[in-house]
Every structure is written in C-alpha cells, then in structure tokens.
Design a protein around this ligand. Structure first.
Ligand code: F6R
Length: 641
C-alpha cells in the first residue's frame, strides 16, 4: 500500500481483478497528499504529451475539498517545472444555480482561486457552467455546454470527487445513465454537507447546473478521488455494490478506463481491506487475528469465549485454525488482550505491576498534555479520562490548539456587546455592534468581531476546566495561525504553527500527550491539528525527555475507534457520565443549534454519551465486564512512524 511512486494507471483490460467484490479499479495511498501528487502527475504527463503532438488537452474538472491538493501541485509544477497550460481547455462539472461568479461560494471563484489565477491557461479556454443564467434559458444553455465539449473533441480526462450520496458532479440519486448537462435539484445530504461553508443550511442553494452522467462517461479517462473516513461507506457501495441510479457513481463500473484514487481511510470499508479473510488467504499477524476474532464475535452475536471451530471455518478463518492451536486458545488470547485494555487508571496505577496495563505505573505523578483542536473537544471526547487524571493527582495541562472563533454565532457576540455597553459604553463594542449590523452573508467577520468570538470560547473553556479542578495556569490557548482566516477555508499548516506546538511541548515536557486522532472532522481542523502534532513530534523526538512521553489518540465528536483498535478503554461510572455532561455544558455557544451541526442532529453531549455507552456495550457483548460508559484511546508510537 501507499508508496509515493505507485502508478495509478488502469491495468489493461482483463488484468484488473483486485478481488471478486471489486468492480472498479482502485489504488490506495497512505494519505491524500501522496494520492494527489500521483493524480497531478498523470494530468501533467497528459498535458505535455498532447502539447508535444501539437494537440489541445481537454480536461473535465471538479471542485470541492477532494481536488485541492491536485491543483496545488499543478500550480507548483507550472511555477517550478515550467508546466504550461497554454494547450489546456477545461470544462468544469458544475455550478450552483443561481450563483454570482464573484460569490466566494461559487465554483467559479473556487477554480480561479485554486488554479486558473496561478497558471497560464488562456481565459477563453476555461468553461464553467454559468450560475447567473436565467432559469427560462437554462436548458438551451446546457445543450450549448454539451456542444462545446463535443466541439473540443470530447474530454481526454475527467477529474471527479464523490458526494456521500454517491453523486458525481451534481448527479444526485435518481440520475439517468445517459443524462446530459442539465439543471438539477440538490439532495438534502449534499446541502447538509455544504451547510458549513454557507453558514447554515438555509443559505445553501437548492439547485445546480451539472454535466450529466452521459457527459462524464464519454471521457476517455476518469479519475475519482476520495479522502477520509466520511467517504468510506459510499466508496464501498460504489466499488462493490450493484449498479443503480440510487448511487450514480456506480455507473462508472461500466467505464473501461476509470481509476479510484483513495487514501487509507476512504478505502477502509472495502472488503479486501476491512475483512480480507473473506476474499483471500491472509498473513495472520497478531493484529489481524485480533481484528478477525472481534469481528467474528460481533458477527455471530456471541461472546468471544463461546466461538467454536465451526464459527471460524464458516467465516473465512479456517486457515487461522490450521496454523494456530484451536479456536479455544485463540479466543482466550483475544479475550485477554481486550481485558488488558481496560483501566480506571489512565495515568498508570502507582505501585502496581503494570506489565498487563496500558500505561506505566511510574512516574506515579505524570505531567499530562491534553491537546484539544477546538475549545471543547477535551471534555466532549475525553471528559471522563480528564476527570480521572486530575483526581488521581496528575499535573494536567489543557492545550487548545485553535480559537474556534468561527463556530460562535453572531447573536452571541451581539449579546456580549450589548451587555458590556449597557454597563459602560465603549468604542470597541460600538464598533462590534456596527460591524455585525453591516455584515451580509457574503462577508467575513471583522477582526473586532472575531476577537470577541474567540474570547467567548476562552471563557467557556475556563468554566469547564475550573469545574474539572485545574488552575488557569495549566490552561493554554495556542490560537494556531493556520486557523485564523475568519472562514471555513483554512490556511495550510505553516512553520509557525509547528513552532508553537514545539514550544508548549518542550515547556511542559509531558509524560503523556492526549490528542484528537479524529480524521472524520468535516472541516478538517482536527486533521490539521493532528498533522501539526505529528510534525512537532518528529522535530522533538530526538530530545531525551521525549523518551518518557507516550501519545494517546482519542476520537472527536464524530466517530469512535473500532473495538479491535482500542489500546486503552477507560470506564466511567454513572456519576462520572453526569460530571462529563456538566463540563460539556459550560460550552454554551456550542449547545442548542450549533452553527456546524452536520447531519447528526443530536447535540454534542448526547453524541458523546451515546458513543461512550456504545463502546461499553460493545465490550460487554464481546463477553467482558459491563460498564455504564467507556472512553477509548489508541497509542501512537512516534518512534516507529
Ligand atoms: C464538485 C462536484 C461534487 C464533489 C463532491 C465531493 O465539482 O461536482 O461532485 O466532487 O461533492 O465533494 P468534496 O470533494 O468536497 O468532498
């Protein structure tokens, strides 16, 4: 898997046979960066090849988060390697309708911001559906768009992302195999996914103009990219499911030259990755055996210690039995490994044998950093463990990586400004009130407003950390610069971000670091915060104090680790569940109708409680002890990475 050099070229007909479940050629990379570089390489090779023959290169392009790194790399190649776009003609897949070109949410704006403004493509070669076209001529406009593509000689290459509905372009479920460019009503899930960028579902357009499935299928080569856990279900359905208009991307199964380029998270549900024993013979490592037995127990609905040889044989795991002792011994080993993950002493149990515990007993009092991407992930994701660490006498530091300011609603700022002004009017809050009054949907927050938003989140955080019993001097706000754009779109991680991370780690010299390993965060902030930590660990790992430092990853509000992955499970009593709930309540601006709700309508504290309860139930159903709730962690060994 995932070497920087691996080719994404489609194998010649007949040679592609990954497993019997897969119907679309796919290549999996360690991360989206590696995958994007290969896609950019294929596009640049094509552009150069066509140029060397004196031909134009006709590209179909996509917007959204998936192609951003491809465009970044193409721009780099243009600047540093002389890649010219003079012979390139582009047709974008889609545009919201209605939509002004200058609107920062428009795909027109996106394409110029990410690609066209930075390369030498002639302006007349760029085609993006026009979101300002009046509805009564839209059909004629769409027919003309199709004709333009044909006149150019058809698409040589089509770049795609995939929506969670299985849409390509904006061909939502129900789209016809032969559909052409047309206007379409957006699916509810698509609008929910876009709601964050539009600051609320009600602002997301209901319609769009999109190339059709038929238009896309005529491309000579198609590359679809999908990154992150959020896409893993739809990727599996598309690659392994039946062709159906319910999942329009499945139509690509019939295209002879399509490749899906995936990262590990997006590929994780494919059968050959998730349950490889069902499709091929396996190298039964300890971890794979553990995963398979946990899976078998869940599948059979039986506690681990009750699984039989027959269960193994019936579920693709017979070769495990032939190389190992008997199901009985494998069951016991799996059961013990799970049992050893459970501890009420997340900082280690002083003075006790720690050979079968997740954490070291010594030093008895540890310095701990809990990194929290936003000001509230600490209590949402690991409030119970946080509580135990404090009550067991460890020196716990909470480090908020970003200000979280964009997630505060304007009315919260108005409230603060009006309260402050009603006591003592100040020019500052006058300005804030004025800025809010002048703000339209298309505007960013003013500096003054952003400051108040950040400050509100700080006060809320202090409320929670004081409740948990730690002094303010152990609460740190990094306000990492990559986040401070005032919009959903963030800057790339920079030297300064990593330096700030290095400084705080060096200052505290922790024995334990907890951090969000939550890769499904829709805005990617958790992901970037994790990248910042990994980059920092890489810099610091040669320092002697780091040899004492263990890193534990928790998952944020959106997902939990799979049971077989968990290396430390911290149980919570019913009282601790309530304490955690109360700590979360201090983050009032994130309660009752938060700005970035996503599709899951439960509030954060409910999600956290449900998830912790589910983890406990999963342990119970595997045959382990029954707790009210559990928080789960995976260890990250930065020396091995
Ligand atoms: C964009 C487009 C859409 C996106 C899809 C995935 O032009 O047509 O099909 O490719 O919605 O979006 P991201 O990449 O943002 O997850």
């Amino acid at each position: 898997m995932g070497t920087g050099q691996q080719s994404i070229q489609h194998e010649p007909a007949g040679q592609f046979e990954a497993t019997r479940f897969e119907k679309i050629h796919n290549v999996i990379f360690d991360d989206s960066k590696e995958g994007s570089l290969q896609v950019a390489r294929e596009i640049s090779d094509l552009i150069r090849d066509r140029a060397s023959k004196g031909l134009q290169c006709i590209l179909g392009l996509a917007t959204g988060s998936s192609p951003i790194k491809v465009y970044e790399e193409l721009v780099r190649m243009h600047r540093e390697e002389g890649l010219s776009f003079k012979n390139v003609v582009t047709f974008n897949l889609d545009e919201y309708h209605p939509m002004e070109k200058a609107n920062i949410q428009s795909y027109h704006y996106f394409m110029h911001q990410h690609l066209f403004d930075h390369v030498d493509i002639p302006a007349e070669n760029v085609h993006i559906p026009d979101g300002t076209i009046p509805s009564y001529v839209v059909q004629e406009y769409c027919r003309a768009y199709e004709r333009e593509i044909e006149k150019a000689g058809g698409l040589d290459f089509q770049l795609l992302g995939i929506g969670r509905t299985g849409h390509i372009g904006f061909n939502e479920p129900g789209s016809h195999f032969n559909s052409a460019t047309r206007d379409i009503t957006l699916d509810h899930i698509t609008r929910v996914d876009a709601a964050g960028s539009f600051k609320g579902l009600e602002n997301v357009p209901r319609k769009a103009i999109t190339m059709g499935i038929g238009t896309i299928r005529k491309a000579k080569r198609i590359v679809l990219m999908a990154w992150g856990q959020n896409k893993s279900e739809i990727v599996k359905e598309t690659v392994e499911g039946e062709i159906s208009s319910e999942v329009p991307a499945t139509y690509l199964q019939e295209h002879p030259n399509t490749t899906f380029v995936l990262d590990k998270e997006a590929a994780q549900n494919l059968t050959r990755i998730d349950t490889p024993w069902l499709v091929q013979s396996c190298d039964w490592t300890k971890d794979l055996t553990h995963k398979a037995v946990v899976w078998l127990s869940q599948r059979k609905g039986k506690p681990i210690l009750q699984l039989t040889d027959k269960d193994y044989n019936d579920n693709g795991m017979s070769d495990l039995l032939s190389t190992e002792e008997s199901s009985y011994e494998i069951n016991i080993r799996t059961f013990n490994r799970l049992q050893h993950t459970i501890t009420g002493w997340p900082g280690g149990k002083p003075g006790s044998d720690d050979s079968n515990r997740p954490e070291r007993a010594e030093p008895a009092k540890k310095r701990v950093i809990i990194f929290s991407p936003h000001p509230d992930d600490d209590v949402i994701s690991m409030g119970g463990t946080f509580d135990r660490l404090v009550s067991q006498g460890h020196e716990v530091h909470i480090v908020y990586q970003t200000s979280g300011n964009i997630a505060v609603a304007d009315h919260e700022v108005l409230k603060v400004a009006e309260v402050a002004n009603s006591i003592q009017p100040t020019a500052y809050f006058e300005q804030v009130i004025q800025d809010l009054g002048n703000k339209t949907d298309m505007d960013f927050d003013s500096e003054a407003v952003r400051k108040v938003k950040g400050s509100i989140r700080r006060s809320e955080s202090y409320g929670a950390t004081r409740y948990m019993g730690i002094p303010d001097s152990q609460v740190h706000f990094l306000d990492l610069p990559f986040y401070e754009t005032g919009t959903i779109k963030k800057n790339p991680l920079g030297e300064q971000d990593i330096q700030i991370m290095n400084d705080i780690i060096e200052k505290i010299k922790p024995h334990q670091i907890y951090a969000a390993g939550d890769l499904a965060d829709p805005h990617g902030t958790h992901r970037v915060c994790l990248e910042a930590l990994f980059a920092s660990l890489d810099v610091l790992k040669s320092k002697p104090f780091m040899e004492e430092c263990w890193v534990w990853l928790y998952r944020g509000a959106w997902h939990e680790w799979d049971t077989h992955e968990i290396e430390m499970a911290v149980p919570m009593s019913p009282e601790q569940v309530l304490r955690k709930r109360k700590a979360i309540f201090f983050h009032q601006t994130q309660k009752d109708g938060v700005m970035f709700q996503g599709e899951d309508l439960r509030e954060f504290w409910v999600r956290a409680e449900d998830r912790n309860k589910e983890t406990a139930q999963r342990y119970q159903s595997l045959g382990l002890a029954s707790y009210a709730a559990m928080e789960a962690f995976v260890r990250y060994d930065f020396y091995k990475k």
